[in-house]
Design a protein around this ligand. Sequence first.
Ligand code: GCO
Ligand code: MG
Length: 408
Amino acid sequence: MSEIVSEIVAATVIVTSPGRNYVTLKVTTRDGVVGWGDATLNGRELAVAAYLRDHVCPLLIGRDAHRIEDTWQYLYKGSYWRRGPVTMTAIAAVDMALWDIKGKIAGLPVYQLLGGAARDGVLVYGHASGRDVPEMLDDVARYLDLGYRAVRAQAAVPGLEGTYGVPEAGQSVYEPAGSARPQEDYWDTERYLRFAPDMLGAVRERFGFGFHLLHDVHHRLSPNEAGRLGRDLEPHRLFWMEDPTPAEDQSAFRILRQHTTTPIAVGEVFNSIWDCQQLITERLIDYIRTAVSHAGGITHLRRIFGLAELYGVRTGSHGAGDLSPVSLAAALHVDLAVPNFGIQEYMGHAEPADEVFLTSYTFSDGYFHPGQAPGLGVELDEKAAAAFPYEPRYLPVNRRRDGSVHDW
Ligand code: GCO
Ligand code: MG
């Protein structure tokens, strides 16, 4: 074996809940360099924490922190049981922490190690929502006033008691809504299909076409229904229609693609390049939205984005609030460096999160920048984290009027 340059001497897992649950991996080298990785899997957090603590952390001790690719292959191929959200989130956390360490040792922000900036800033989209259309329109206005150049719009579907993407009265986040058991929402496809085109049309009517408009369908339609929605949305010129159908059925997108030219974005529930292989190589989507934390970290995200580049598919990294600031920073470094960047989601984090995660990224004029701090540029304050103990929470479950379970 070759000489160890920077030996890993400790790897620990921190579970904290400043506003919502986050799982963070801390890796320390013999010289005292610390790297952070996000291991949060919303609603299933403790499974990843245990996978790391029981099966991964012991294997990291004594390894060379510099050997990022080798460690990735060792954890992926070495476990024999490949892929899956728990495994890939755990590997992602290790990968992010090792890139963080490499950057800190080099004295460079991670994007410099990835080839340097390919653009000046990272275009982001914010989340506008409302319990009715006027409230949603006011929220879009708020984002445009803040300087956003791209906005996702979601509004409560009349007649449904709760709609994805819309917080309950008096709350700022819309998920996870449940506590010890998942909240159950009621879903009606026909109501949604009648409502969504008018709702998004109202945005264009009031604000025009001088900014990017996005919408998330959240995996709820059949290919044929999604084709109809995509066609109805064509006059509103969406930047993308996200997750129109359940994403695991990749060949379904062939049907949908024949019905509409509305651009399609998919990928937040994918964990590996194999989950998006058909969608990319058959050019069935326009944007690949894998998350740095759920799809194997920076190393694997770059591989996915490299495949996408070959087929003219652009990136749109997942950036929901259940991905910690460590993930957001990691995604921003990749976004800045890859040639086929499209857009980055930015949902933001509930307020107490900035007491725990100290960040270096900045927002200006609709663009984010990861900053110039060596590594990823996010530090976790362990003392502050200890003040926010874990709270069991679940994502909601959807049921149709007859009581049967629908995709949420
Ligand atoms: C998005 C996503 C999220 C997910 C969440 C699940 O586009 O931001 O759909 O809102 O629902 O990440 O944990
Ligand atoms: Mg989504």
